[in-house]
Design a protein around this ligand. Structure first.
Ligand code: SF4
Ligand code: SF4
Length: 341
């Protein structure tokens, strides 16, 4: 995709930019190396940010949808019970160094959290979010964005899209009005780009020939596929740990629990996973997804059928995180290939 390069962001100016965001009360989140893993965390200076990475192990979705958060507080007394919702006033949050694939997941998350109910815990955070992606100059065998129609050149979801220059700086393209406004506000750090600026070569993961998204979609439209033996065969090794759902940028399931005493406590919104056996357990004891392959089938259906049909968005952006973290190496692309046949 052709892009108009607008500005040059010099690496030496990153600290100035971070300081400026923080001076306004904002946060700067970026991939950092922590315990030998690259993860998104808050940083205060650019030296703390990882530079040699393919993708952070976790997704930046935690910024919009924390693993756990208090949404209300309750108390019970002789006079009655009271519950107060938590009023959220999020700070501006810059996510720097996300990849184009995960930025593309934003549409799916937004669709879920604004569908039949506007979840202000999500929307208020998204309003304050600036996503600055850095296009990929590296990929590994788990990356498959091009197979799901995304690429290192995709700008969907990015507010500012960066390409690294051969000299180690960035060419910056304001991809949304929010991104352009951010660049204008911090105009002293975004300079006019030289016409001859050379960017590093982007790396395109090879498309997996055996995957046909249209065929998968057609097959999943008919409930007859529930009986396909491929589900049990391909997902037999899944141990239901839920790691794939926790790292996935589009997985969004949560549970609400009350924690405290009979007198007072807090109501929390916690990540949940459709891979856990209790996820669909009814109070009666009946569980419609009583075996692991049914739970895995549900996850696949959610990404490859429900998101595209209901929200016109892709539930899988091909980031490969679920493949990298799965303890039994259950590879979603193998299931996609099998269902394409
Ligand atoms: S990470 Fe692997 S083993 Fe764990 S729930 Fe996901 S597919 Fe199953
Ligand atoms: S399903 Fe796997 S590859 Fe697809 S977006 Fe989620 S973590 Fe990435």
């Amino acid at each position: 995709m052709a892009k108009t390069v607008e500005k040059l962001l010099k690496k030496e100016n990153l600290d100035k930019l971070i300081t400026s965001v923080k001076a306004d009360g904002g946060r700067w989140i970026a991939p950092v190396t922590d315990a030998r893993q690259v993860v998104f965390k808050a940083v205060t200076k650019h030296e703390d940010m990882a530079s040699d990475y393919i993708l952070a192990r976790n997704s930046y979705k935690e910024v919009l949808f924390p693993q756990t958060e208090v949404i209300a507080e309750y108390s019970v007394s002789r006079e009655g019970s009271e519950m107060h919702g938590v009023e959220l006033t999020p700070a501006e949050t810059v996510v720097f160094g996300a990849r184009p694939c995960e930025a593309a997941s934003l549409k799916s998350l937004r669709s879920v959290f604004t569908w039949d109910f506007i979840d202000e815990f999500y929307t208020k955070r998204e309003e304050k979010l600036i996503i600055i992606t850095v296009a990929c100059t590296k990929a590994d065998e788990a990356c498959f964005c091009t197979t799901v129609n995304i690429s290192p050149e995709s700008t969907e979801g990015s507010d500012i899209y960066l390409k690294e220059t051969v000299s180690g700086d960035y060419l910056a393209h304001g991809a949304t009005e929010k991104g352009k406004a951010f660049m204008a506000k911090h105009g002293n750090t975004f300079e006019n780009a030289p016409k001859d600026a050379q960017t590093k070569k982007l790396v395109m993961p090879e498309e997996i020939n055996g995957i046909d998204l249209d065929k998968i979609s057609e097959r999943l439209k008919k409930t007859g596929h529930y009986e396909d033996h491929v589900w049990a065969e391909l997902t037999r090794k899944c141990i239901g740990c839920g790691a794939c759902t926790y790292v996935c940028p589009t997985c969004h399931c949560f549970d609400i629990t009350d924690e405290g005493t009979a007198i007072e406590g807090e109501r929390r919104k916690n990540w949940d996973s459709c891979q856990f056996d209790a996820f669909t357990l009814h109070a009666s004891g009946h569980n419609p997804r009583d075996t692991q392959f049914k739970r895995w089938r549900n996850r696949f259906m959610c990404k490859m059928h429900i998101y595209p049909e209901k929200f016109n968005s892709t539930g899988c952006v091909g980031c490969g995180r679920c493949v990298r973290v799965c303890p039994v190496r259950l590879d979603i692309t193998e299931v996609m290939e099998a269902l394409s046949k």
